[in-house]
Design a protein around this ligand. Structure first.
Ligand SMILES: Nc1ncnc2c1ncn2[C@@H]1O[C@H](COP(=O)(O)OP(=O)(O)OP(=O)(O)O)[C@@H](O)[C@H]1O
Ligand SMILES: [Mg+2]
Length: 390
């Protein structure tokens, strides 16, 4: 398949180079200035999500690592000099991101340090770094990302690109309506010929984390104590599904949807309507008492201000991103709610679509002039990032 960027995508996401996508041989690199060193090297791509951070090298078709966005904090009365540490333990972790927005920059530094040195085994002083910008983060957070990368990690060059744009790249399109649902945030973002319609981005504060919490509540209400967090998450991911219509599903014989889930201690949890009641909160947030539109309604709202012909083009290219969109039945329900004019596209690798788009974008020859270099940062400060309109 040849897409709009002239990329050829083979089976299993192998990116095959052509005129627009070439891993440049070192001989083509003419620069000899030390700060231009990154131009001859691979770049690092990082998408730090509320739940998981995806990282790897540009030009590759798979992430090198997906690590939980979890940083622990020692709260010792002695006042530790390095209070942060990497942990797998959800209970011990502090909130590095809250609903897609960085809330603790020191914790993020510890996490990225872990990603560079322990997960990717690279020296950030030798590589350009592309960061996927959160769809809901204030623009000014970009300046902090710039400072963190240049001041703390000494990168030679960096760039941030909005996750929705990166996602659309992964789908090989320049126009489309990106619908994302991850761990902390869900959002809809229209993009027309490569331009993000920033004013029309809409968010919904219901995502994977809320689904897990709601599943726990449903189990309790049904008289079954919920298992601990990681088992509950596994249960959600393997057993829950989105119905086309919850009322008709409830009218079915219960045996049709009842399923036993075996816990690690061999006890059995019997799941019934919880399986589809849980993800229904994405489509009926009022179940949680939220006065917010559903994700498909959000899509309609976000394009409603645009010209009718643009609305048609966007609806014909709805693309999904984020782990929660992997739920069985998710894309079918979005399709049904948006109506026959819509075409909903769902890559099998949509949980890492933003990272994948970053991997493609950072490898394009045309992108190499778009890196913010250390020299520019030193001359113009972190605000230099806004010159690029990415
Ligand atoms: N097969 C699946 N079915 C349902 N949910 C899933 C599945 N796989 C992953 N998830 C959920 O997706 C969420 C993680 O997705 P993702 O990595 O896209 O989020 P994130 O990038 O960390 O968060 P955000 O983008 O909201 O800041 C978790 O809540 C996880 O339980
Ligand atoms: Mg995400």
């Amino acid at each position: 398949m040849v897409n709009h960027f002239g990329l050829f995508r083979g089976p299993g996401y192998e990116l095959v180079s052509n005129a627009d996508f070439q891993e440049r041989p070192p001989s083509q690199v003419t620069s000899c200035h030390p700060t231009d060193l990154y131009k001859s090297l691979a770049a690092v791509v990082i998408d730090t999500g509320t739940g998981f951070s995806k990282c790897g090298l540009a030009g590759e078709d798979r992430t090198r690592a997906v690590v939980p966005t979890r940083v622990g904090i020692h709260r010792s009365p002695q006042g530790d000099s390095t209070p942060y540490y990497i942990t797998e333990d959800a209970e011990a972790a502090c909130s590095t991101l809250i609903r897609g927005v960085v809330s603790d920059w020191d914790a993020l530094e510890v996490l990225w340090n872990h990603i560079f040195y322990s997960k990717l085994c690279v020296d950030p002083e030798e590589l350009a770094v592309l960061v996927a910008d959160s769809p809901v983060s204030p623009c000014t957070n970009r300046e902090k990302v710039v400072e963190l990368l240049f001041e703390c990690f000494g990168v030679p060059a960096m760039q941030t690109v909005h996750q929705a744009l990166l996602t659309l790249y992964a789908y090989g399109r320049t126009t489309g309506l990106v619908m994302g649902s991850g761990h902390g945030t869900s959002y809809v973002a229209p993009i027309i010929t490569g331009e993000l319609e920033r004013l029309n981005i809409s968010r919904l504060d219901v995502a994977g984390k809320d689904l897990s919490e709601y599943l726990s509540q449903l189990l309790l209400a049904g008289g079954q104590p919920p298992p601990k967090a990681d088992v509950l998450t596994h249960m959600k991911e393997t057993c829950c599904y989105v119905t086309l219509d919850m009322v008709s599903e409830l009218c079915q014989v219960e045996g049709k949807y009842r399923l036993d889930f075996v816990l690690p201690d061999k006890h059995v949890l019997s799941l019934g309507a919880e399986r589809f009641r849980c993800p229904e909160i994405l489509f009926k947030p009022d179940i949680l008492g939220l006065d917010q539109p559903s994700l498909p309604q959000l899509a309609q709202i976000s394009i409603s201000q645009l010209e009718p012909h643009l609305q048609e083009r966007l609806l014909a290219n709805v693309v999904l991103e984020g782990g929660t969109t992997l739920l069985n039945g998710f894309s079918e329900r979005v399709q049904r709610d948006l109506g026959p004019a819509a075409t909903v596209l769902s890559l099998p690798h949509r949980a890492i679509a933003a990272w994948l788009g970053g991997s493609i974008m950072a490898s394009l020859d045309s992108f190499q002039t778009l890196w913010l270099s250390r020299g520019e940062y030193q001359e113009e400060g972190p605000w230099a990032i806004y010159k690029y309109h990415l």
